[in-house]
Design a protein around this ligand. Sequence first.
Ligand SMILES: Cc1ncc(COP(=O)(O)O)c(C=O)c1O
Length: 396
Amino acid sequence: MQTAVNPIADRISTISVSSTMKVSADAEKLRAEGVDVVDFGAGEPDFPTPDNIKQAAIRALGANFTKYTAAGGTAELKKAVCERHAADFGTSYKPSECLITVGGKHAIFNLTQALINPGDEVVIPVPYWVTYKDVVNYAGGKCVFVDTDESAGFTLTAAMIEPHLTDRTRMVIINSPSNPSGAVIDRGEFEKIFKLTSQRGIYLMTDECYCKFVYNGEPYSIASMPGAKETVLVAGSLSKTYAMTGWRIGFGLVPSSIVGAMTKLQSHSTSNPTSISQKAAVEALRGPQDSVPVMLAEYRKRRDFVVARLNAIPGVKCAEPQGAFYAYPNMGVVVGKNGISSSLVLAERLLAESHVAVVPGEAFGTGQHVRISYATSMTELERGLDRIHRFVVKNA
Ligand SMILES: Cc1ncc(COP(=O)(O)O)c(C=O)c1O
């Protein structure tokens, strides 16, 4: 039998393996060998899905709500998404401007594939969430990376973005609070970025995955700006807000013509998000919201502990995250020492020698950091930070 000459299509070489998923797989392998691994890699809440949401799924099963739904999601869930966003942020989206997707990642994938032409430039602040770069590359777009100010907690300003806007710029991607840095964009700066992009007809994609997990001040959405609907594209997710990572429900709030394009793409790939999950999502959005502040209070406690412990390690500097549940310490004190040539090697050595899983900064566009997820118990945080402390002291 003849083997194919080029067995894999060229476009697959434009994307890389998700490093966060690779870390989890490597840690899992060690654990299967019986090694006591402390896992700071996983980007998901350690809380269970609230019971009212689980009960809604059980009711959906009982009622045989187990068939195809409309490819872009049920009318009921679209309405619930619009109503929640309106109640939280004062927006006025209609169900025709909403698409339900298989997780927030799917909304981002569909959005980029529906809007980016080969050669289009997409502005992405650094450090960035891994997926943005890959989905832009997959669409044939060109990533234009913009540095942020680490000394000021990785803040992003409109002045940092402006010089990178050209007549080829199609989209700017903002993620506030940020994965991996936890940075939250100052509202005034976000509004300036909105003005910069809307005046030029550039799409502003706002990834609101962590929008409810903000430690200072009230959560806000740039989509609440007057006139935002034409160019602001909201990519949302229920995964972190309601501890529903495995249920796979996300959404887009975008102009209805873009909903049409995304739905067309979705209808030929996943079709509808799981019917049962959609019923659970309606309950998440319409039911009691009190699990969210409970999680936020716990994350705040852990953040304070993690940042203090990291900054107590000689030479390690960690900016204080203002949201989400990640710390992004600068480990420059060991990168370049003892054969640790990069943060990738650092992450490998931390896992192999100290049995702590972290995600290397290379995955997010910086070379001296690692990402620590503190969506894990205080006991695990204590154990893992002790190990990192000892590793750094030994190798610095
Ligand atoms: C910044 C950011 N956006 C979007 C997502 C997508 O989440 P999901 O596809 O699980 O809803 C994640 C998940 O880790 C994320 O960190």
